[in-house]
Design a protein around this ligand. Sequence first.
Ligand SMILES: NC(=O)C1=CN([C@@H]2O[C@H](COP(=O)(O)OP(=O)(O)OC[C@H]3O[C@@H](n4cnc5c(N)ncnc54)[C@H](OP(=O)(O)O)[C@@H]3O)[C@@H](O)[C@H]2O)C=CC1
Ligand SMILES: Cc1cn([C@H]2C[C@H](O)[C@@H](COP(=O)(O)OP(=O)(O)O[C@H]3O[C@@H](C)C(=O)[C@@H](O)[C@H]3O)O2)c(=O)[nH]c1=O
Ligand SMILES: [Mg+2]
Length: 296
Amino acid sequence: MRIAVTGTAGQVVTSLRERGEAAGHEIIALGRPELDLTNPVSVTRALATAAPDAVVSAAAYTAVDKAETEVDLAYAVNGAGAGAVAQAAKALGVPLVHISTDYVFDGTLDRPYVETDPTGPTGVYGASKLAGEEAVLAAYAEGGAILRVAWVYSPFGGNFVKTMLRVGESRDVVSVVADQVGNPTSALDIADGILAVAANLALDPDPTLRGVFHMTAAGEASWADFAQGIFAASAAHGGAAPKVTRIATADYPTPAARPANSRLDCSRIAQVHGVALPAWQGALETVVARLRIAAA
Ligand SMILES: NC(=O)C1=CN([C@@H]2O[C@H](COP(=O)(O)OP(=O)(O)OC[C@H]3O[C@@H](n4cnc5c(N)ncnc54)[C@H](OP(=O)(O)O)[C@@H]3O)[C@@H](O)[C@H]2O)C=CC1
Ligand SMILES: Cc1cn([C@H]2C[C@H](O)[C@@H](COP(=O)(O)OP(=O)(O)O[C@H]3O[C@@H](C)C(=O)[C@@H](O)[C@H]3O)O2)c(=O)[nH]c1=O
Ligand SMILES: [Mg+2]
């Protein structure tokens, strides 16, 4: 397939290039200035020129804390921008895979969230991504699948794994919150899931393949558990392995509140699309190994 994706250097777009090209697809990454999500005309023009068989909407404003003060920009990119991509995909008559987030939930539930659970973002980033979901469904519900992913890391771009490996170089102890739980997910595995869903959408007009789906790695972790996993993998590859001090959210103040529980139940995408991402521990090992080789 010829697949257009928004963004050029992000974690998911870079992973989609790697995994998509390896699987024989043509991946066309469209970013600024040609495609700027704050400029809907540029979105329409860039996607029409690319003439793809499917569109993946992966670019977003992802700075969770900064979004609290850059409210208009976060909404322009994640809300209106997502709607513009959906309108463009509809005009081309091709399937759309739009990427959203676990941060649409408030985190007060005591079990993993299913797709039909009420949303309630705790910050501007999550609220702007929820506005994006609504814009996509309003513009092109019949043509799109919205995949909520979470806690994304990869060998590319900026992410928690890279932050931990960096701070670990210069510290014996790192304090990490232990009372926020979720599903750390490799962008490389997300790319495989996106490709499977896009292929299903291209083949089959069945409405049950459309709508909102949760798609994360199997298994859960707190950020502190995740950090401990990162340093265990780092040590196995000759890297630094500081001790992790498990702290409470109250002891790590941030501008944006994060959900305490953002675990996602991924049963629906397994049933409907046959997609089940591998467990986070093995995926993390793969990414840390690549980062250690790149650093050597
Ligand atoms: N990172 C995470 O932990 C999570 C991410 N998600 C979602 O997954 C998707 C992919 O995230 P990820 O790959 O990690 O994101 P990154 O932060 O790695 O990359 C964001 C991408 O968006 C592009 N972008 C930002 N603003 C604009 C704009 N105005 N016009 C065009 N492109 C723009 C960036 O372009 P440039 O390279 O030019 O800066 C970059 O390519 C996003 O929808 C995000 O909301 C969901 C859950 C967790
Ligand atoms: C760096 C660091 C963070 N933390 C805490 C802060 C926060 O509660 C938690 C996660 O930190 P981060 O700020 O890296 O993660 P954050 O940017 O909140 O990650 C989120 O990004 C967006 C884009 C998403 O969509 C979400 O799924 C999620 O991945 O860990 C520590 O406790 N110690 C540390 O040294
Ligand atoms: Mg962040």
